[in-house]
Design a protein around this ligand. Structure first.
Ligand SMILES: [Zn+2]
Length: 196
């Protein structure tokens, strides 16, 4: 029996993943984004790179069959399955400033960036080292002129994306805290790991 772990709404979790292990990230209720960042477990200066991934995969829509690449041009993960089929790799994790700049909301607000930074600190990762995340289930649309809009995820309850580790990794996942990215409500994210 594989143990399923829950990430509570507007929070995050970090863990190690051995090369060859399979990580399954599930949207249990539907319409919930999970930001994911990756670091080489043996040298945390190597980390997931949006630019390298979009370049080598020759697409801005990353899904089943694609690899996630590092800033040193190494494969970090392969996407084995994607039942929803829509993810984003353009936008940086939501941060306290996101809510101030885009929504003029100056109240205290949880954010993916804070949740990534807090959960990665015990692994010795400096807050400024958190890269652009692979935004699982995030529905970012763009028109031919390049205008971007963030729409509610198309994911339904039980949709999942399955990743195989191509190196020993530190992984951090969130349940995203931004109203607009998640159809206006905050839900949990679930994941499980099957070891190689
Ligand atoms: Zn977020």
């Amino acid at each position: 029996m594989i143990q399923k772990i829950t990430i509570n709404p507007q929070s995050g979790k970090a863990f190690t993943l051995k090369k060859g292990a399979i990580l399954t990230v599930i949207d249990p209720k539907g319409q919930q984004v999970s930001d994911m960042v990756l670091f080489n477990a043996h040298d945390t200066h190597e980390k997931i790179s949006s630019g390298k991934t979009l370049d080598f995969e020759e697409s801005i829509l990353i899904t089943k069959g694609n690899f996630l690449w590092s800033n040193r041009s190494q494969k970090m993960m392969e996407i084995l399955e994607d039942t929803n089929g829509r993810n984003d790799f353009l936008l940086a994790p939501c941060s306290p400033e996101t809510f101030q700049i885009m929504y003029n909301n100056h109240e205290e607000h949880p954010s993916c960036l804070n949740n990534l930074q807090t959960n990665l600190a015990p692994f010795g990762i400096h807050p400024d080292e958190v890269p652009t995340a692979f935004n699982i289930f995030m529905n970012v649309q763009f028109d031919p002129k390049g205008k971007i809009s963030v729409l509610p995820p198309t994911s339904k309850s039980g949709d999942y994306v399955q990743f195989k580790a191509e190196m020993d990794l530190i992984v951090c996942l969130t349940a995203c805290s931004a109203e607009d990215s998640n159809g206006g409500t905050f839900k949990p994210i679930e994941y499980h790991i099957s070891e190689a």
